[in-house]
Design a protein around this ligand. Structure first.
Ligand code: IMP
Ligand code: MG
Length: 439
């Protein structure tokens, strides 16, 4: 019997490439029975537009608007119950009751209300040292730290009679850490605020218990045996991977497709296509160096405003940069992406645009990606003509402006030795605003 496979969608830049829209489109053709998150947590923010309805998802996978598609939250995910319950009720009010088709791994990790305060506490400590990461304040770092230290609560624990005892032990440990942050760094959370957060969290856990908490690895393997295919949805992006990003300005999980196997509990032989998503330009939110950042503030602002480049989770303005082919080649090498989606090609508010093709360190052009991005002292760029708004809403290759056509041909040529193909190009936020680029 023919076995099913898993296709993966990951961002190849610093997140916010618009993966949600591509996932929604991929799922709409009936080739997949489910979509699964394998890492990250409520730090992710995907904005989905369906006609005049907009939904910002954090934990619920992006396929939630596709009726009948099973939604999996894998063991590699850190689950913020408050965020999850809120998303479920928002979706319900939009006419999508996802609970019957939402499966949460019993091995997924539980973000506690104290993890969120600890995230803030550590950012406060770092700020004093001048090494702030600019996290999304969703408790991601402290939760993954507890995973590695083998003391985190698992989602499946909420169903166990031992939960209260386990939770009390962990909360006591966290409160002691918060005392340390107060003593050493002067960071303090008012007691009342902690109490309120706890009440809210426990209420959310009561709702979480009512959801389908199960062995997601088993469920997905069963579907694969039945010959059904699954789409794995990456959160954040390759350049934020804890091992291969610009450490420590990264997230706390492995965002690479390699982690699909560990974050869902499936063998590597199940993986098939790796879809890499980029924007026609680049953005980054949070701290850390960003070599391809636009040097002209006015142009950066034009892109930020036109592209609505503000964090979906935090509302922070994103830094905007040119397409960075040096970083992209690194990301393709790490991810094994064989198909590329390019989003936001409608936005190009400059007559002349640049593309970064290399990094320099003290006048020397680098061959390898540097250990730390702050070692990059200059970038190598090439100039290209821009196209303004000319391609907004274009749905056919024949209608694409000549500037964008040559830009796409240029990118394809620059990546030709990497065995990847540009497959589609986004020209607006709506579902159908894209064109196929198969040559
Ligand atoms: P954390 O994942 O909240 O710990 O944040 C670590 C870094 O990753 C910060 O620079 C965040 O801005 C960035 N980050 C985390 N999640 C996302 C995302 O979904 N999109 C873009 N940046 C993100
Ligand atoms: Mg986002």
């Amino acid at each position: 019997m023919k076995k099913g496979f898993i296709d993966v969608v990951v961002g190849l830049q610093w997140g916010d490439e618009g993966k949600g829209k591509n996932i929604d489109e991929l799922l709409s053709h009936g080739a997949y029975s489910g979509v699964a998150r394998f890492q990250g947590g409520a730090n992710a923010g995907h904005t989905l537009k369906l006609g005049d309805r907009t939904f910002v998802g954090h934990i619920v996978p992006s396929g939630c608007f596709q009726k009948g598609i099973e939604l999996y939250v894998g063991n590699g995910v850190v689950v913020d119950a408050i965020s999850l319950i809120k998303e479920i009720s928002e979706l319900k009010s939009l006419g999508f009751n996802v609970t019957p088709r939402l499966y949460i791994s019993n091995r997924a990790k539980l973000v506690s209300y104290l993890h969120i305060f600890l995230d803030q506490a550590d950012e406060y400590r770092r700020k004093k040292l001048g090494t702030q990461i600019g996290t999304t304040s969703r408790g991601i770092g402290p939760t993954y730290s507890d995973v590695r230290a083998r003391r985190v609560l698992l989602v499946g624990d909420v169903l166990s009679p031992d939960f209260t005892k386990k939770e009390a032990i962990l909360s006591k440990f966290h409160m002691n850490l918060l005392k340390m942050y107060k003593k050493e760094y002067g960071f303090e959370i008012p007691e009342q605020k902690i109490k309120e957060a706890r009440t809210k969290w426990l209420e959310a856990l009561k709702e979480l218990k009512k959801l389908k908490i199960c062995d997601v690895s088993f469920s997905i393997q069963k579907r694969l045996r039945e010959g059904k295919n699954i789409l794995a949805e990456g959160a954040q992006a390759v350049m934020l991977d804890v091992d291969f990003g610009d450490y420590p300005n990264v997230t706390s999980s492995n965002t690479l497709p390699a982690n699909v196997c560990l974050g869902l509990g499936v063998p590597h032989t199940a993986l098939k296509n790796i879809y890499g998503v980029i924007k026609a330009y680049t953005t980054k939110v949070g701290s850390g160096s960003f070599p391809s950042r636009m040097k002209d503030d006015k142009i950066e602002k034009l892109f930020r405003d036109a592209g609505n480049e503000f964090g979906a989770t935090t509302g922070r303005p994103r830094m905007c940069g040119w397409l960075d082919l040096f970083a992209l080649r690194y990301a393709i090498g790490l991810s094994g992406a064989n198909k590329i989606f390019i989003n936001k090609a409608d936005i190009c508010l400059s007559d002349k645009i640049k593309v970064v093709t290399g990094y320099k360190q003290n006048k020397k052009t680098l061959k390898e990606f540097p250990l730390y991005l702050n070692q990059v002292t200059d970038v190598v760029t090439e100039n290209m003509p821009g196209w303004g708004y000319a391609n907004y809403g274009v749905k056919s290759k024949r209608k694409v402006s000549k500037e964008l056509t040559s830009y796409l041909n240029y990118i394809q040529k620059k990546l030709s030795d990497l065995n990847v193909k540009i497959v589609s190009v986004g020209t607006g936020p709506d579902r159908d605003q894209f064109f196929n680029w198969d040559n």
